[in-house]
Design a protein around this ligand. Structure first.
Ligand SMILES: *Cc1c(COP(=O)(O)O)cnc(C)c1O
Length: 427
């Protein structure tokens, strides 16, 4: 059976797309290792890991087995008043790979919800302390999800705050971190953050930030000193610090958590994307005993959240298998080898006339072009070169599965190089 593209175009919404002018989509029939096979038989090397998620690649025997075994027992059961071993196993793994202070886990169904949960924890924390607070502090160019709470702390321009302005709460934004990961830190970039904290600290519940790598808000990689200082400044005022590691968690930047680059222990941590190795939707919000207990000593007496599919056993079983597989694998060496190939072969693309910048950290490679190309044109060119990449704006970026060989990675890089040299320098 071939894919019914006409039905897809007429009836199905894809992420951030128009129903009036839908862009072409490519049908995938199956995926294995680092290869996506299209409906027409073409094979593409996947540079996206399905948006940071498929760190082990596709059709992974260990994850298939975990899903199949769990399926025999139960696919789902409610989490209110009931518990199960898959959730316990997963939370043990999560507590093992995160800082010691984070020992309370709230499981939810997607990254955006994990962020909503983090924001609600911070609000309830201050409410319990008898000092209700209404504001969050964050940096520009951030991305925290598409639900309202998360969108409220996402970059105002990228998430079109003016569309929802009568509905969205107004939070405090300071300039995005400027000093690059691999260059000197300029302490003056903390001035605005310091001034904002000094002026508004009594009204700020928490600061939320993506550690080290700002993902969908611009693929910017910043200096660990910024993160360490921001955490320290918040601590001085007793303001909670939320690390959104939904994109960076599980080894992507070369550390299990990007916070480790700055030795930062957040009060609240959000995980998602790669948590199940890309098999299904699941996310987690971790916090300290102090925050959790304070939340629950307030008027409500409980933390006020509980999704229907909370701790879905099937997702928990696969997530546990994925984290164990990661921890048993030489992931540090694999990520370091990917970084080395990117440094060697992707970095030189900054010599191309239509390239403004190349940024690399761990298994993340970003090419920023001098102007925005048409996404559909670029995507088609990449497909003709046998690779799957999904650029946005001026950004062509990759975060391949950690199991990608250097030959496949080289093919991805060559596809970008050839595509960029074939395209006009100005449109
Ligand atoms: C993807 C992402 C989210 C949202 O996760 P969803 O699963 O898409 O809801 C939140 N924060 C960051 C940093 C992300 O990269």
């Amino acid at each position: 059976m071939s894919i019914n593209y006409q039905f897809d175009q007429q009836h199905i919404w894809h992420p951030y797309t128009s129903s009036v002018n839908p862009l072409p989509c490519y049908g995938v029939s199956h995926a294995s290792g680092v290869t996506l096979t299209l409906d027409d038989g073409r094979e593409l090397i996947d540079g996206m890991a399905s948006w940071w998620a498929c760190i082990h690649g596709y059709n992974v025997p260990e994850l298939n087995q975990a899903a199949q075994q769990q399926l025999q027992k139960m696919s789902h059961v409610m989490f209110g008043g009931l518990t199960h071993q898959p959730a316990i196993d997963l939370c043990q793994e999560l507590i093992a790979i995160t800082p010691e202070a984070l020992d309370k886990v709230f499981l939810s169904d997607s990254g955006s919800v994990a962020v909503e949960v983090a924001l609600k924890m911070a609000l309830q924390y201050w409410h319990s302390k008898g000092e209700p607070r209404a504001k969050f502090l964050t940096v520009r160019n951030g991305y925290h999800g598409d639900t309202f709470g998360a969108m409220g702390v996402t970059d105002p321009e990228n998430s079109m705050h003016e569309l929802y302005q009568d509905f969205l709460p107004q939070h405090l934004f300071v300039a995005a971190p400027q000093s690059r990961f691999d260059q000197a830190f300029d302490p003056s970039e903390l001035d605005e953050l310091k001034a904002t904290l000094a002026k508004h600290h009594y009204d700020i519940a928490a600061m939320i930030i993506e550690p080290i790598v700002q993902g969908a808000g611009g693929m910017r990689i910043y200096h660990p000193e910024y993160l360490a200082s921001a955490k320290q400044l918040c601590a001085q005022y007793g303001i909670l610090f939320i690390a959104d590691e939904i994109a960076t968690g599980f080894g992507r930047t070369g550390k299990m958590l990007a916070c480790e680059h700055a030795d930062v222990v957040p009060d609240i941590l959000c995980l998602g994307k790669a948590i199940t190795g890309g098999y299904m939707s699941l996310a987690a919000t971790l916090t300290t005993k102090h925050v959790a207990d304070t939340v629950c000593q307030g008027k409500a007496g409980v933390f006020m959240h509980g999704p229907t599919f909370m701790a879905n056993p099937l997702a928990c079983a696969v997530a546990t298998a994925s984290i164990r597989l990661l921890r048993q694998s030489p992931w540090q060496q694999r990520v370091a080898a990917i970084e080395q190939t990117l440094q060697h072969s992707l970095k030189p693309l900054q010599q191309l006339p239509n390239v403004a910048d190349v940024r690399i950290l761990g298994a993340i490679g970003v090419v920023e072009t001098t102007h925005a190309y048409d996404v559909a044109t670029l995507q088609q060119a990449f497909i003709e070169h046998g690779v799957w990449l999904r650029p946005f704006g001026k950004l062509i970026y990759m975060m391949p599965p950690f199991v990608m060989t250097s030959a496949h990675l080289q093919q991805l890089i060559n596809a970008i190089k050839q595509t960029l040299s074939e395209l006009p320098h100005q449109e």
